[in-house]
Design a binder for this molecule. Structure first.
Ligand code: SAM
Length: 298
């Protein structure tokens, strides 16, 4: 994966995306995955897990703003939020910018990632760690949703790809567990990878979501370090259709929230659901396949 000067993303067979490391901060095998943290002149601090880019300080705002503000502003009055994964804790900071939030519980499996989030990603998460509404718990997100009886307004699955410890977070059983943790009006948003490259993974995950939730959609974002075209974020809810909220309502909520953003805007919020046709078709056929497997028990 690395000669300690160049680190390569090896997610797609036949392709390598390489970053020069000006300084290697960590490179080790944790109990859960291979972890590499280094500094790059273009992207700042870069975290790779199992040879896949997770976060960079230069472009994290795109992913974190769109994963947080789309469901939170669509919900309107979110109070309790569950984050599964999200080790760098940049997402928690974005969620906590909403004053309606009274609690963010984050369940992250890897203590090494959680520890380096504190020591090396302060510029994107210091406000979260200083916020009494934030609780970071070490554990498997799938076990948590299975065993907990707590309920949340919004659940955000800020996961690795469906390999290693993250694989369980794309299964029908997991999605059914999340469904049981949602309050009425609740919304689930998931990280669903790059449809152009991860065609099979995209189809499998959306079939599982389609088998579980009434409203299933995806919206797309463009993140420079997530190579291969648009990244898909999944939207699932039994009660809230993704386009049920108007631009005007979003503008009002966004202005009232007083949050500064660099990527998110209410107009772009709705536009992001107009995915390119190849993604829309893949989504429709996967959800249809899931529907045939039936809503309800996994
Ligand atoms: N934004 C990133 C992306 O899409 O590339 C995801 C970032 S975040 C660092 C992903 C986190 O999910 C990692 O810290 C990893 O340890 C965590 N994770 C993987 N499997 C998990 C599981 N079963 N339960 C909880 N956390 C998990």
């Amino acid at each position: 994966m690395a000669d300690e000067r160049w680190f390569s993303e090896t997610l797609t067979p036949g392709v390598r995306l390489s970053f020069e490391a000006r300084r290697v901060l960590r490179h080790e095998r944790t109990d859960n995955q291979e972890l590499a943290l280094f500094e790059n002149d273009v992207f700042g601090r870069v975290l790779l897990l199992d040879g896949v880019v997770q976060v960079t300080t230069a472009d994290e705002f795109i992913y974190h703003e769109m994963m947080a503000h789309v469901p939170l502003l669509a919900h309107g009055e979110p109070r309790d939020v569950l984050i599964i994964g999200g080790g760098d804790c940049g997402l928690a900071e974005e969620v906590l910018k909403h004053s309606s939030i009274r609690r963010v519980l984050q369940v992250e499996i890897d203590p090494s990632v959680a520890e380096l989030a504190r020591t090396h990603f302060g510029e994107i998460n210091a406000a979260a760690f200083a916020d009494p509404r934030f609780e970071l718990r070490i554990g498997d997100g799938a076990a948590f949703v299975r065993e907990s009886d707590e309920r949340f307004d919004v659940v955000l699955v800020d996961s690795t790809d469906p390999i290693g410890p993250g694989a369980v977070l794309f299964t029908r059983e997991f999605y059914a567990g999340v469904r049981g943790r949602l309050n009425p009006g609740g919304i689930l948003v998931t990280q669903n990878g790059i449809p152009f490259l991860q065609t099979r993974e995209f189809a499998d995950a959306f079939a599982n979501l389609g088998a579980t939730f009434r409203h299933v959609a995806c919206y797309v974002i463009s993140v420079p370090t997530y190579f291969g075209g648009h990244l898909a974020l999944g939207w699932s809810s039994d009660d809230v259709a993704p386009l049920a909220v108007s631009t005007e309502a979003l503008e009002t909520r966004f202005a009232a929230a007083g949050i500064q953003t660099r990527y998110y805007s209410p107009r772009h919020h709705l536009a992001a659901f107009a995915a390119p046709r190849y993604i829309e078709q893949a989504l429709e056929s996967a959800v249809e396949q899931g529907r045939k497997a039936g809503l309800g028990d996994p």
